[in-house]
Design a protein around this ligand. Structure first.
Ligand code: PLP
Length: 396
């Protein structure tokens, strides 16, 4: 089973051995507690990997199947699910970082994660440096003797700028630090960060892994020695675990992940190419276009350019109101990575004020990808001709 291909693991990973009576499809264990021995040890600290299930915050068979499946897809030894992508990110931060430690954080990443590093981490006494991760030299220069973790996102939300995982892993390891990669936009179909030297991969499974816009969930995968302790300290004791029902929905979504990603990539390339010729559009950013500024890195690090694109127009705010009213197929909504196409406008100035606070070269780098503001499209699985038809009539 371990030697099977990605597509097979996406369907069978974590199922266990064949036996008469074993369900063919993943069973949903919607129970919060399990029958135990009378002399069961009541401390999560002494929980052994072979212990029977006791209580769903400690472990649940449906959630465990998902953890094993995503770990296989990422080439990891262990996975640990959380109630959301944010719970996974903040769980890792809380586990690894304490007063006096230093985090190097991507200056542009999912806004909620960046806001957390400006607010709660400093309150806990953690030092944070926000760095443009597309410039490995800047990451190197940000290293301090107390740097414990580098956290990066590639492609990063919302501007699709890439960062070189292998190069940054080298910086982290020569400083005695660990590297976490939020790979939500790529999914393990397009990039497997552990193969490039990362120590942790994080996913908001809310997006491509679940893929249907219904469940919310997050996961951390990595080596057993690194992920195991997080299970007790953060999963069980902080308690932000995944509901078995959401795990079941995400397992169902995973079965088609590689087929969906292929279709997302093909449709997005087609729409990006056509949008680049639209008279109202003055910049399209997509890692699959020849003019993408980091096309070499995209080819080296990604097996396909993904399902996200951005474009810019004159007076984006007015156009956002127009698109919100006129679009009939594409939903004007946040989130990404599922069967429905979604669009959202992200103005640069409001984003700087609320979340990123960039200045100087960092702001120039952001603007080179996003200008005054971008429309971010998560291209779904509808026919790309229909999506272009909807977008063209709405753009006017
Ligand atoms: C790249 C990335 N990471 C993490 C998150 C947070 O995930 P969740 O909404 O599941 O908490 C998001 C949400 O949009 C995201 O885009």
């Amino acid at each position: 089973m371990k030697d099977c291909s990605f597509r097979t693991h996406a369907i069978h990973g974590g199922e266990g051995r064949h036996a008469p009576g074993r369900p063919v499809s993943p069973p949903l264990h919607m129970a919060n507690s399990f029958m135990t021995e009378a002399d069961m040890d009541f401390s999560a600290e002494r929980l052994t990997p072979d212990a029977p299930y006791i209580y769903t915050r400690w472990g649940n068979p449906t959630v465990a199947m998902l953890e094993q499946r995503v770990a296989l897809l990422e080439g990891a030894e262990e996975g640990l699910c959380f109630s959301s992508g944010m719970a996974a990110i903040t769980g890792l931060f809380t586990h690894l970082l304490g007063a006096g430690d230093h985090l190097i954080m991507s200056d542009v990443a999912y806004a909620g994660a960046v806001e957390y590093t400006y607010d709660l981490l400093p309150q806990m006494g953690v030092e944070v440096t926000h760095v443009d991760m597309s410039d490995t030299q800047m990451v190197q220069e940000a290293v301090r003797p107390n740097t414990r973790l580098i956290h990066m996102e590639t492609p990063c939300n919302p501007i699709l700028r890439l960062a070189d995982i292998a190069a940054i892993a080298q910086v982290a390891h020569s400083a005695g630090a660990l590297l976490a990669v939020d790979s939500t936009f790529a999914s393990p179909v397009l990039t497997r960060p552990l193969e490039h030297g990362a120590d942790f991969v994080i996913h908001s499974m809310t997006k491509y892994l679940g893929g249907h816009g219904d469940a919310i969930g997050g996961i951390i995968v990595g080596r057993h020695a690194l992920v195991g302790p997080i299970r007790t300290r953060i999963g069980i004791h902080a308690g932000g675990v995944l509901s078995p029902f959401n795990a079941w929905l995400i397992l169902r979504g995973l079965a088609t992940l590689s087929l969906r990603m292929d279709a997302h990539c093909a449709s997005t390339l087609e729409i990006a190419t056509r949008l680049a010729d639209h008279p109202r559009v003055h910049q399209v950013t997509y890692p699959g276009l020849a003019d993408f500024p980091q096309v070499d890195l995209a080819l080296r690090q990604m097996a396909g350019p993904g399902g996200m694109l951005t474009f810019q127009v004159q007076d984006g705010e007015a156009m956002a109101r127009q698109l919100q009213k006129r679009l009939a197929l594409i939903s004007y909504a946040v989130s990404l990575g599922h069967v429905h196409s979604l669009i959202y406008y992200i103005g640069t100035d409001p984003m700087m004020e609320s979340s990123f606070h960039l200045k100087g070269d960092n702001l120039r780098s952001y603007r080179s990808f996003a200008g005054d503001g971008i429309f971010r499209i998560s291209v779904g699985l509808e026919d790309p001709n229909d999506l272009c038809g909807d977008l063209w009539q709405a753009l006017g």
